[in-house]
Ligand binder design. Structure first.
Ligand code: HMG
Ligand code: MG
Length: 298
């Protein structure tokens, strides 16, 4: 049977906006976070402490963290690629940090300019220092089914990096289909490898919707009992180092499906559509969410 409750992590302010060429103002980013909280989101990925030369849109990370409204019970996470990132992040009081590795060697090089092995060496002190500061550490595993440079990625390659992340103490493993090419059985195979090393409660799915497979892949994960997913309001997003990849699955679309399945999320769909309409308006284009477009057309 399917899970009765699902936790959604809205990664829109981070994954969603990082690829936008026009700078979104700090105030609008903070307002998006407020609106997501109003909609009932309890986990929000707010920004990343990466090099501003690599991702200019996230250069206002400290200002965004200072501008967001902190509500009890809401967890705000940030991405960090190295110690410098963690040192920038800690004073802004995130609730969690996210390190990000890749299952493919080529993507690791393009995205963080080092090999998988080197990335793990870099993350080890980050994980230790984050734990010392009392923070939970999530690990995002990119290209878990396909890589824009390598092509298909095998479950063996996934498990290899899962083991490495586990060995340095990463608390939670997010299996990511960065370029949205996965189909349900492939995704289940990758997830099964993550579940060999992490309990159900510490495994999540992160699906981009490039080929329109994200909701199906989430359903395939629900069948395995996985009950935590990243999603992006208005279907924002893409990775600057994964050309052509579209946004994450839209949070609105996931909530609509879960509502239909009778699965609790604690999220108010109408308010979520409002949050998506707000940021879509800032960006000057309609939300990519099919559900949002249907609701707004009414
Ligand atoms: P590098 O050039 O190899 O780094 O980049 P470096 O250590 O040689 O430093 C170069 C310069 O960057 C130096 O400055 C450093 O101080 C600075 P300079 O001396 O030239 O003035 N620097 C930093 N500045 C701010 N914050 C930092 C930082 N680190 C170094 N943390 C690095 C290596 C990892 C920094 C770079 O490649 C980078 O920032 N990459 C980030 C790429 C990124 O953000 N990608 C998108 C996020 S991942 C993603 O979207 C996938 C995910 O959604 C899951 C999925 O869908 O797959 C998570
Ligand atoms: Mg992503």
């Amino acid at each position: 049977s399917l899970p009765t409750h699902v936790t959604l992590v809205d990664v829109g302010p981070r994954d969603g906006l990082q690829n936008e060429k026009e700078l979104v103002s700090t105030a609008d980013k903070a307002s998006l976070v407020t609106r997501l909280q109003d909609a009932g989101l309890k986990e929000i990925e707010v920004t990343s402490f990466v090099s501003p030369k690599w991702v200019p849109q996230m250069a206002d990370n400290t200002a965004v963290m200072a501008a967001i409204e902190r509500r009890p019970g809401v967890r705000h996470s940030v991405l960090v690629p190295n110690m410098k990132g963690l040192e920038g992040a800690l004073p802004t009081r995130p609730d969690e940090v996210v390190v990000f590795a890749a299952a493919s060697e080529a993507f690791s090089q393009k995205n963080i300019n080092c090999s998988i092995e080197e990335s793990i060496e870099r993350f080890a002190p980050v994980v230790a220092a984050a734990h010392e500061a009392g923070l939970k550490v999530r690990g995002a595993l990119s290209c878990a089914v396909g890589c824009p440079y390598q092509g298909e990625v095998s479950a063996d390659e996934v498990e290899r990096v899962v083991r490495l992340l586990k060995a340095i103490g990463v608390d939670h493993l997010g299996v990511a289909d960065t370029i949205g090419v996965g189909t349900p059985r492939q995704v289940q195979a990758a997830m099964a490898r993550a579940l060999k090393h992490y309990p159900l409660v510490e495994v999540s799915g992160h699906f981009h919707d490039t080929y329109g497979q994200a909701l199906t892949n989430i359903y395939a994960c629900l069948e395995m009992g996985i009950h935590t997913f990243d999603a992006s309001v208005a279907g924002l997003g893409g990775c600057p180092y994964a050309k052509g990849a579209t946004g994450n699955v839209a949070t609105e679309d996931v909530v609509f499906m879960l509502n239909g399945l009778g699965i609790e999320t604690g999220i108010d769909l109408d308010r979520l559509v409002d949050a998506g309409a707000f940021i879509a308006d800032v960006l000057g284009r309609p939300p990519a969410s099919r559900v949002a477009r249907a609701v707004l057309a009414k």
